[in-house]
Design a protein around this ligand. Structure first.
Ligand SMILES: Nc1ncnc2c1ncn2[C@@H]1O[C@H](COP(=O)(O)OP(=O)(O)OP(=O)(O)O)[C@@H](O)[C@H]1O
Length: 267
């Protein structure tokens, strides 16, 4: 993993990027009458690392489901890469990472990671080369032939991230990926994820978390949501240039930003 990545993500330059995902007055009511989201307006640009924070049930996962076309908006407009979510999904440019790593227990690390390419009929040599590339990125190239049960929780999550990255997604959706990990592993993986993202100029990341510290450490902006029905109550820029490293966590600016996001959550 390259730790000294070049400065490629400068929040002040994001304004010049094209809109990647756009939500206009987006609402979602489930068939049982639950209003999960109401009038959400959000414009996401290429190269952003956006964190969503909010209380449980505020509709964060529903936003992800709609972006991927797994749930339909009840009203409003949602564009993904300038087209409908369904069309965008066909382009295979969206990848996911969930809290539950969802690895196949009987398959090796390499086979798990290759799976998205195998399903798309990509030739075996490319599958192998790409698996090597992404497992190197997450620091697991020596574990290719190992089964998931032989790995720690943090390593399983790294495999899950590698599997998402193998398709070279334009958009990476992460739904509380580190929520089940202990604090030390969690912070290590935050740094590793940031290092990977800092190397790839083209990837946009949307990351759901309940952890305010995590949201400030990782993101270009934090989107704060209200309790159900979910609305966006604030979007706070994190004006700290990249690459960031561990020392960011101990700065006064970090504490100030954490306070700011926490205050926005309380309103
Ligand atoms: N298929 C469904 N049918 C009915 N209600 C649903 C459905 N999926 C989600 N909901 C409800 O919609 C609301 C928003 O759910 P969602 O999972 O998007 O929230 P969330 O912010 O991701 O929650 P958490 O932080 O707990 O994961 C919740 O009240 C949930 O119970």
């Amino acid at each position: 993993m390259a730790l000294n990545s070049p400065l490629i993500h400068d929040p002040s330059k994001l304004g010049a990027s094209p809109t990647f995902v756009s939500m206009e007055n987006l609402s979602k009511t489930y068939p049982n009458g639950t209003i999960a989201l109401q009038d959400v307006n959000l414009s996401i640009q290429e190269g952003e690392f956006l964190c969503f924070v909010g209380p449980s049930g505020c509709g964060k996962s529903t936003i992800f489901k709609m972006i991927t076309g797994l749930a339909k908006p009840s009203s409003g407009k949602l564009d993904v890469f300038g087209t409908t979510p369904k069309e965008a999904r066909k382009q295979s440019d969206i990848a996911f990472v969930f809290q539950d790593h969802t690895l196949l227990p009987w398959s090796t690390v390499e086979a798990n990671v290759r799976l998205p390419l195998e399903l798309r009929g990509v030739d075996k040599k490319t599958q192998k080369d790409e698996a090597q590339r992404v497992l190197e990125l997450v620091g697991l190239k020596d574990y290719m032939k190992v089964l998931p049960r032989q790995l720690s929780g943090g390593m399983k999550m790294r495999v899950s991230i590698a599997r998402a990255l193998i398709s070279r997604p334009k958009l990476l959706l992460m739904d509380e990926p580190f929520g089940a990990l202990d604090e030390i592993t969690r912070q290590t993986l935050q740094m590793e994820l940031l290092n990977i993202w800092q190397q790839d100029k083209s990837m946009t990341v949307l990351f759901v978390t309940h952890n305010v510290f995590e949201s400030v450490f990782l993101s270009t902006s934090v989107v704060v949501m209200t309790p159900r029905p979910g609305k966006i109550s604030a979007r706070l820029d994190i004006p700290v240039p990249f690459p960031r490293d561990e020392s960011f966590r101990t700065t006064a600016q970090f504490s100030d930003l954490v306070r700011e996001v926490s205050a926005a959550l309380e309103h």
